[in-house]
Design a binder for this molecule. Structure first.
Ligand code: NAD
Length: 496
């Protein structure tokens, strides 16, 4: 049973004081009754809100109304379709701080990090507003005598997005601005761990004047995902999350005849050459490995010092990692917030224990951090002498833990990185153009940095990894998003 959320509740939500984590189905804000879950602030254990779960019935209603909305939306000229997105961009800019504060409270990342995330999201909308140019096709006259040919891109219908907990405001924006601007309608299923910030952002899009049904929001967990994957009116699925779930989503959605892009997990290597600029490199590594408490798909997770750089690098790294300030992300000066929830902290602790049991030596041990015991805090941890085949060298930990696997040469480092089942991102630190070029060319990874902290492609470039980090072919945002959310048609014309 769903209940409609009152105007008053929505107004409270808009004020940003209390966020009602309701679903938006067929143009109505509803509070579905298929179960619920408390939303907890990981910095202090405070309950922020309760998430009412939608079920298969709400997904069906959302899909049907999104399909109806699509029949009209696809007829709207693209120059008019982007107008609500321009207003949405302005609204999100105006509410950046409010959304970032909600994000910090539900996810734990520092406020600076949350502000940066929302700004990245705004950039997605900016790029999608360029859809009149981005959607253009090709044309060539006289492909044969008197015959002209051109391609056009048309929307595909109802698209759906399933998103993870670590970028709750930004990752949905990798998807729906592009889907909507190309003439589709969209159903979003955000992570049930952090539903408040994506809800607030969708509220802003509705406020921007999008016709009812073009954007819909269904909260919930696995049952909602399964209903989305199987629904016959949904034509495309965009997924971002762990590899295990990405693989299932890719398989199930494809089995139901849908187009799929499924971005998965990661195990990212940072390779440091003996000629690297050490102070700069250490700062970049700290941001990569411990920023957002290591809960980024682009977080550095394995440090590979090459040759004699290991000792001076680790000395400086450990000194600076130990000095990072751990605490509530709302407090200024805090550099490492809590993990998203207590179960995630338990999982990461398990990895640290396993690493040590497998022979790794902790150079700094985040288990000893001093912080609010009601929060899910864990300090930066550096595990040295990790063996290449061991668990903490291979599996995604998704916490502030850096495993050090030493290599003798660049060749050995490249072989080590290429042996990983993941291929999301990697960075090499060096002053040698030759080493950097060789690394970029030979490495089997989707996003490659040279002397970068986090090599995150911006909205106008595509984003995705290789191997088990990605299932599909067209990547997120950039021109790939335009191709993913459209069907290409070739028109050939001859006049007598
Ligand atoms: P997750 O896979 O647990 O959840 C992602 C989404 O899938 C959520 O909306 C969740 O409700 C749903 N889900 C979870 N289990 C499911 C199941 N069994 N069946 C159907 N749906 C299910 O991921 P998470 O813990 O929220 O996010 C962290 C993961 O996301 C990490 O592995 C991280 O590397 C990855 N990630 C990848 C990228 C990328 O660009 N490749 C970006 C961000 C996060």
């Amino acid at each position: 049973m769903s209940t409609v959320v009152s105007e008053k509740e929505v107004a409270v939500s808009k004020s940003g004081k209390t966020v009602v984590t309701s679903s938006c189905v067929a143009g109505e804000w509803i509070s579905p009754g298929a179960g619920s879950q408390p939303i907890v602030n990981p910095a202090n254990g405070e309950t922020l809100s309760t998430l009412p779960y939608a079920g298969a019935a709400e997904v069906d209603r959302a899909a049907r109304s999104a399909h109806q909305a699509w029949l009209a939306w696809r007829e709207v000229p693209v120059v008019d379709r982007v107008q609500p997105l321009y207003r949405f961009k302005s609204l999100l800019e105006k509410h950046t701080r409010e959304v970032a504060e909600i994000l910090t409270r539900e996810n734990g990342k520092t406020l600076d990090d949350a502000l940066a995330e929302v700004r990245r999201g705004v950039q997605m909308i900016e790029v999608a507003c360029g859809m009149p140019s981005l959607m253009m096709g090709d044309s060539l006259n006289d492909i044969a005598k008197g015959i002209d040919c051109r391609t056009i891109r048309q929307p595909i219908g109802v698209c759906a997005g399933i998103t993870p907990f670590n970028f709750p405001a930004m990752v949905p924006l990798w998807m729906y601005p592009f889907a909507i601007a190309t003439g589709n309608t969209f159903i979003l299923k955000p992570s049930e761990r952090v539903p408040m910030s994506p809800t607030r952002v969708v509220e802003l899009l509705v406020e921007a004047g999008l016709p009812a049904g073009v954007i819909q929001l269904v909260h919930g967990g696995r049952e909602v995902v399964e209903a989305l994957l199987a629904h016959p009116l949904i034509r495309a699925i965009s997924f971002v999350g762990s590899s295990a779930v990405a693989r299932i989503v890719y398989r199930e959605a494809a089995a139901h005849g849908k187009r799929v892009q499924a971005l998965g997990g990661a195990k990212n290597h940072l390779v440091v050459m003996p000629d690297a600029d050490l102070p700069q490199t250490v700062d970049a590594i700290l941001g990569s490995a411990f920023g957002a408490a290591g809960q980024r798909c682009l977080a550095g997770s394995v440090l590979v010092p090459v040759g004699e750089v290991a000792e001076p690098l680790l000395d400086l790294l450990v000194k600076k990692a130990t000095a990072l300030r751990v605490g509530d992300g709302m407090e200024s000066g805090v550099e490492v917030g809590p993990l998203v929830a207590a179960d995630q902290k338990k999982r990461v602790l398990g990895y640290i224990e396993k690493g040590i049991a497998e022979g790794a030596k902790p150079l700094c041990d985040g288990r000893q951090v001093k912080a609010d015991p009601a929060g899910s805090f864990l300090g930066p941890t550096v595990l040295d002498h990790v063996q290449p085949g061991s668990t903490v060298a291979r599996e995604e930990i998704f916490g502030p833990v850096l495993s050090v696997v030493r290599a003798k040469t660049l060749d050995e480092a490249i072989a080590l990185v290429n042996a990983s089942e993941y291929g999301n991102t990697t960075t090499i630190y060096t002053r040698s153009g030759k080493a950097a070029r060789e690394y970029q060319s030979r490495i089997e990874v989707g996003m490659v940095g040279v002397n970068m902290s986090v090599a995150a492609p911006m909205a106008f470039f595509p984003f995705a990894g290789w191997k088990n980090s990605f299932f599909g072919d067209l990547h997120a945002h950039g021109k790939d998003a335009v191709a993913f959310y459209t069907e290409q048609k070739v028109l050939m014309t001859r006049w007598f």
